[in-house]
Design a protein around this ligand. Sequence first.
Ligand code: ATP
Length: 369
Amino acid sequence: FEPWNDPAAKPLIQFKGVTKRFGEFTAIDDQTFDIYEKEFFALLGPSGCGKTTMMRMLAGFEAPTEGTIWLDGQDIAPIPPNKRAVNMMFQSYALFPHLSVWDNIAFGLKRDGMGRDAIGDRVAEMLKLTRLEKFAKRKPHQISGGQRQRVALARSLAKAPKLLLLDEPLGALDAKLRQDTQFELMDIQETTGTTFVIVTHDQEEAMTVASRVAVMDHGRIIQADTPARIYENPNTVYVADFIGDVTIIEGTVTRNGAGYDVAFAEDQPTLHAETDTDLADGSRAALAIRPEKVSISAEKPDDKRNALKGKILDIAYLGNLSTYHVELPNGQIIKAQAANTRRLSRRSFTWEDEVWISWTDTAAVLLEA
Ligand code: ATP
């Protein structure tokens, strides 16, 4: 499912040169991008990067200062928020406390003047979709937080919007429930085929649920791609650093065969990296490498060009694996990860140990410094 790579696919949402200013401040900076039907699109980024502003413009609570937003081939500017085929689910859920689950879900349908039987059918369908049949008569305070979240979702989907906006939808749930609910959300999105746009600052959540993740910084989307490509092929140091754990080594590059040699410190061997990045000889670049791609060993490995000797400075025990912070003589710290297959008392590496860290030629990505 990659409609963004299909020239025949029709985008559901189009941002065309959208800028949003609040006074002098530019919250969204000249953004052009598409979101496709049936996509689960995540807007991810640090606080203040403009995620909510993007959402609010889609919902119609804010208008772009420049540029236009199109929904289904139509400029939405003249369409008032309540007439757009767009619904927004808020973090607070905003359920009516005095109404039953059934009435909460039916509320928007009644207001639209839908017939009684049709409402009955539609609410039943929504209750089934969100597995809330047994709770139809209860009031919001008589159900759990996870169930309230599902009522909010059922209510948002009742009118069959083309686009559902979810603002930190799982923010109120505890970690375990949050994970289960992520899978439910994906199931429901797939069953209904509705396009979902989610705002979150939880990168694991975005990576779990989304077909594409858009990583934002200062009002711009820096990279929008599948979770795997965002992780494996970040386009900037910013994205590499924002998603997951990474070591960045800055150095000077020289083309060598299928890749580049990277000189990063006088007393250290030259590294070698094979990536798609196109860099000029002699330019500065950043080598980004994920900890799980770095091996740690007592002896120098003889099968890898990228092998460095250092000392273990810190160990983060993560249960199934540990992350080792290995310090090189020049002060550079490189993170390596190893599976914890042995008992703690028999583990082979500990603090202050001199170790070798190594990785293959294709394990790291080279980015502009
Ligand atoms: P968070 O994760 O904290 O919700 P966000 O990425 O959603 O952040 P936005 O709420 O979109 O960020 O805000 C982007 C920037 O625009 C922020 O610097 C914010 O202070 C500013 N901003 C948002 N709304 C307004 C407004 N109505 N007036 C002035 N500035 C605003």
